[in-house]
Every structure is written in structure tokens, then in C-alpha cells.
Design a protein. Structure first.
Length: 458
């Protein structure tokens, strides 16, 4: 019996037949997430468990046989963190998709990892509650995947990222044991914060099979303002002025001229071609119109050429459509994109945007930037033709140049997409030798055989 046949035989002992996918044409479709330039191996099998016990069985078999396991959600990631290793078990958690509890008194939700972000958001809305993290892929991405990469979204400037909403986790360890971390209470400081350790670990320390999430009261409907600027620096000056003045917008997004043009070309939205940067600001306060008026004055003082506040929710949604279309529009420029997520201090945001423009010129590429400007998290998006080897090479070189620029400006190589395969080299540079050694030692404690999502992070 071959190693693969032995693996399948052992897995079948504790799994229903429908949980195992072995057809090579089918398993190949689970090999990649949405990242460019990230190699992937061929899975030996794809497992779709429905229970914690089934996940435990998979991990016991994998530990016994020394087989790598790659956990996956919806595979909407952009760093190769969910890419298959050669001969691995792909553990797809999308069938564990139940919302187990919504508690309006304790303001928590208990969910399985395969719950779609938008599904949870709508479910808690029915109770007058709000789950803030809202990645751009929120209609497709799973809570488990969001936890794996500590995902963010448009609302992070006010509400923060996924890590700030994970109170507790149920995690199947490499050897199949079940670990519960954290709490259901509003406060708790008992022992090391293992919950935060798992958030953002990209499945390299254990398999998240359940999560207790904090909720907030549902805020009022937000209103949006759009401000056009004659330069990216002027728009970034406005961002700094808004934050320095103590405002707390629910959204503060920026699109550079390349992105604005791409959106115009795709959707014919009629945005002025003279716009060098478009800033979108929203408030979900008791009096959003007053807040927008105050921000409008700050934008004008920073050099805005036009300020357009929305009158109602429908008009606000129209203003936000351009931002939501950004990545699709940039992909349409050349057919392939490589999306970065460098995060810098807000005070260095203009330096980053101007630096990205220089990188685009030096490498003769189209690079558009849309950004969660309120928290300094930028998404420089390299547009290239994947069938052109020279252009592909220049795309990768420009990507590296942007990451180097981000570190130079006191930033980080990833604000919300994770490290995966794509940024392994850069993680080592950011952490330094001592930091890298400590992280590797933590990995060894939880995964002594190195079977959990091998080849990712470091």
C-alpha cells in the first residue's frame, strides 16, 4: 500500500465518504488562493469536515503519518497562505458554517469557522447588533479565514480589525487535542493571551473550529462625503488634519488618480479625469451631517477642489461604489494584479503614495493605490500581463520595492492580508533575527513535527 493509499484508508476510518475528495481534477481546484507569484503543490486529498471530532481525526492521522495539513476557508486570501503543499491534506472548513449563538445581553456570537462574514453580519443585525470587521470580500470570505489573517476592512479606522473582536477560540492542535482559549466575558486576563496568538497565525499553530466574537450595538446609518484633490499629498494632508482634529469617522478611504481612471474606464462613473486623489469620509454618529460639514472644511483647507457630502443613505452608497469597484477596475487594466497591503503611520501616507508613483515610473508599470487612509493601510496594486515574462518580472520587483519603502517609512509589510508565501522573505526582514527565532520557537511548541501549513510565514 502506497503512502497516499495508507493516508486515505486511515482518514476513511473516521470520516463519512462525502467528506473526502480524491478526484485529481477536483482536488486541483483547492490548490491555490487568489495570490499571484505563489507556488502550490498537489493535494493528496481534500477533506471537508462538518464536526470538531472529524477535524480531530484528521489531525491525529496526519500526526501519526507525518502528513502536512493546509487549512482553508473560502480561499479569497492574497498571500498564498492557503496554497496546498505537495501531498498534503487540504482541510477545507467551509462546511462548518453554523452560527451557534447570538447573545444580545452579553453581545457575543459563537460561530463555526466556515460562516461567511456577510452571513454573520446580517444575522446579528436582526438583533440590533453589529459585527464590524468587513473585508472587501465579505460576501465570500469566512470568519475562520478572517481570523487566520487578522483581516480588516473599510471600517477599521473606527472599529478596528478582526483581532479586536475575537474573545475566545476552540482550536484543534496538531496532535488532535482540543484547546479552548479566551472567554465569553467582557474582561479577562487569566494567563497568557493565547487567543491573540492564534489570530493572524494563518493556520500554522492549530485549526480554529469555533470562535466567540464580540459584537457592538448597531450604529446609525452612515453618511458619506467625497472630496477631490489636485494632489495625493493634499489628500493625505486632509487625512492627517481630520485625525488630528479628533474626528472618528466610520470610514476614511483614498483612491489615487490611477485608480480613479480605472474605475471611470470600467464603470463610466463620470469621476473628473483631473482628480489626482479622491477621499471618501463617512460618519455613523448621531448627527453625521454636522460631522461631514466639519470634515468638509478641513478638506477645503487642505486644498480640496470639490467637496460633495451625501444627503442620504442612497447617495452615500453611490459615492462608495467607486471605492468598492477599485480592485476590479485595476484588474481590468492588464488582466492580472498583484495587491500589496503595506501599512504606514498616517503621517507618512503621502510619502508612500509618492514613492509608489516613482516605483511605477521606474518599472514602467501601472500601479494604482486605494487605501484605508484613516489607519494608514494602503493597497498598491500592480497591474501587469501575466503572459509577458518581462512584465511579470518587473511586477514582482516593483512589489518588493514597495514593501521596502513601507519598512523604510516605519511601516509594516502587511496590515491585513497576512504573510503566507508571498512575503516570507520580508517577514524575516521586518522581525529581525531575534524576533524570527522567537516566532519559530513558538511554532515548534504547538507544531513540533511542522505539519501545520508548512512553508508559510517562515
Amino acid at each position: 500500500m502506497s503512502r497516499s493509499e495508507g493516508l486515505l484508508a486511515r482518514l476513511r476510518d473516521g470520516l463519512p465518504a462525502e467528506a473526502l475528495l480524491t478526484d485529481p481534477d477536483v482536488t486541483a481546484s483547492y490548490a491555490n488562493d487568489m495570490a499571484s507569484f505563489c507556488p502550490a503543490g498537489t493535494p493528496a486529498v481534500v477533506v471537508l469536515p462538518r464536526t470538531v471530532e472529524q477535524v480531530q481525526h484528521v489531525m491525529r492521522v496526519a500526526t501519526e503519518l507525518g502528513v502536512p495539513v493546509v487549512p482553508q476557508g473560502a480561499r479569497t486570501g492574497l498571500s498564498g497562505g492557503a496554497n496546498a503543499s505537495e501531498g498534503c491534506v487540504v482541510l477545507s472548513l467551509v462546511k462548518m458554517d453554523r452560527v451557534l449563538e447570538i447573545n444580545p445581553v452579553d453581545r457575543i456570537a459563537v460561530v463555526e469557522p466556515g460562516v461567511i462574514n456577510a452571513t454573520l453580519s446580517r444575522a446579528v443585525n436582526e438583533h440590533g447588533l453589529y459585527y464590524p470587521p468587513d473585508p472587501s470580500s465579505w460576501e465570500m470570505c469566512t470568519i475562520g479565514g478572517n481570523i487566520g489573517t487578522a483581516s480588516g476592512g473599510l471600517c477599521c479606522v473606527k472599529y478596528g480589525v478582526t483581532a479586536e473582536y475575537v474573545l475566545g477560540l476552540d482550536v484543534v492542535l496538531a496532535d488532535g487535542r482540543l484547546l479552548s482559549t479566551g472567554r465569553r466575558t467582557a474582561k479577562g486576563v487569566a494567563g497568557y493571551d493565547l487567543t491573540r496568538l492564534f489570530v493572524g497565525s494563518e493556520g500554522s499553530l492549530g485549526i480554529v473550529v469555533g470562535a466567540t466574537l464580540a459584537l457592538k450595538p448597531q450604529p446609525p446609518q452612515q453618511l458619506v462625503l467625497a472630496a477631490e484633490f489636485a494632489s495625493a499629498r493634499a489628500a493625505c494632508d486632509a487625512v492627517c488634519a481630520i485625525m488630528e482634529a479628533g474626528h472618528l469617522p466610520s470610514l476614511l478611504e483614498l483612491m489615487d488618480r490611477t485608480t480613479v481612471k480605472a474605475v471611470n474606464d470600467l464603470a463610466h462613473m463620470g469621476l473628473p479625469e483631473s482628480t489626482e486623489a479622491l477621499l471618501l469620509c463617512a460618519f455613523d454618529t448621531a448627527d453625521p451631517a454636522a460631522d461631514l460639514a466639519a470634515v468638509g472644511l478641513l478638506c477645503e483647507a487642505a486644498g480640496a477642489t470639490q467637496v460633495v457630502p451625501a444627503d442620504d443613505a442612497a447617495e452615500s452608497e453611490l459615492l462608495l461604489q467607486a471605492r468598492r469597484l477599485s480592485l476590479n477596475a485595476l484588474e481590468a487594466v492588464k488582466g492580472t494584479t498583484m495587491i500589496d497591503d503595506v501599512c504606514v503611520p498616517r503621517s507618512r501616507l503621502a510619502d508612500l503614495l509618492e514613492g509608489v508613483e516613482r516605483v511605477a515610473e521606474e518599472h514602467k508599470l501601472t500601479i494604482g493605490v486605494c487605501a484605508h487612509a484613516g489607519d494608514g493601510n494602503t493597497h498598491p496594486t500592480v497591474c501587469f500581463d501575466a503572459t509577458d515574462p518581462d512584465e511579470s518580472r518587473r511586477a514582482r520587483e516593483s512589489f518588493d520595492a514597495i514593501m521596502a519603502l513601507g519598512l523604510e517609512l516605519g511601516g509594516t509589510i502587511t496590515g491585513e492580508h497576512g504573510v503566507g508565501i508571498l512575503k516570507k522573505e520580508w517577514l524575516a526582514r521586518e522581525l529581525g533575527p531575534v524576533g524570527l527565532e522567537m516566532q519559530r520557537r513558538i511554532k515548534e511548541v504547538f507544531d513540533p513535527q511542522g505539519i501545520l501549513n508548512p512553508g508559510k510565514l517562515f
